[in-house]
Design a binder for this molecule. Structure first.
Ligand code: AKG
Length: 241
């Protein structure tokens, strides 16, 4: 993508198939991680257990620990323990298109995550942190998404969530809702403030980054100010000049 102005979801079929993450990040790769840890969340998204990566992935593979395998590794900052994994994918968004990537890590942790979960795991209806855009790719399994254009649905979250669940159940667009499937090797761009609910089909590994391209950096800065992340402002505003 060159000059980015993302107002609709964009799904690029097979765009990450050539990334070395697609070959290297197998189930066995994660099952061998005995020294790395991740936090697992329950279905409501609450952190509930910290485990070795190897234990969790073996529970998903062998089904031995039912309780652990029902939890979701939602947002593992893998690069803190495994910086080598950063070499396994190119950034589809360059630093000039992502004003967050210029911010030193001691001020702001990169919004870059691996998600690992069993069949039926996923993330309830939300839009992304700090009004950022996101890209996500699937390494194993499949992600199914219901997406809705920006709307102030905070007031009617339960009704909107019900619609999202309906879209996911019927696997069809409905009204303004879009239904999308992201298979291994596909790359999906989700525009800032679009609502989305995600369900994994089969055991799934995904990689996601949130980013602030020049078209939205003003809105990201406004959100950062609202939420008291004042240390980010000089970086976001400096880049805007
Ligand atoms: O893969 C998931 O469960 C959630 C990904 C997502 O929606 C996000 O990172 O915003």
């Amino acid at each position: 993508m060159n000059s980015l102005s993302l107002t609709e979801p964009v799904l690029l079929g097979g765009a990450s198939l050539s990334w070395s993450a697609q070959r290297r990040w197998s189930w066995d790769f994660f099952a061998a991680m005995r020294n790395e840890h991740l936090e697992l969340s329950d279905a409501a998204g609450n952190p509930s257990l910290e485990v070795r990566v190897s234990h969790y992935v073996q529970a998903l593979q062998k089904g031995g620990n039912w309780r652990m395998s029902r939890l979701y590794a939602a947002g593992w900052r893998f690069f803190e323990q495994r910086p080598d994994m950063l070499r396994d994918f190119p950034e589809p968004i360059t630093i000039s298109q992502d004003r967050l990537q210029g911010i030193p890590e001691r001020i702001f942790k990169p919004l870059l995550w691996v998600f690992i979960g069993a069949e039926g795991s996923g993330t309830a209806l939300h839009h992304d942190v700090l009004n950022t855009h996101a890209w996500l790719t699937v390494i194993e399994g499949k992600k199914r998404l219901a997406l809705h254009p920006p709307t102030p649905c905070d007031d009617d979250y339960d009704a909107q969530r019900k619609s999202a669940r309906h879209v996911l159940a019927t696997r069809r667009n409905r009204g303004a809702w879009r239904y999308l499937e992201v298979a291994k090797g596909d790359l999906l761009f989700i525009p800032a403030t679009w609502w989305h609910e995600v369900v994994n089909e089969g055991p799934t590994i995904g990689l996601t980054r949130n980013f602030a391209s020049p078209d939205i950096v003003g809105s990201v800065a406004a959100r950062a100010r609202e939420q008291g992340h004042l240390a980010l402002l000089p970086w976001l505003e400096r880049e805007m000049a």
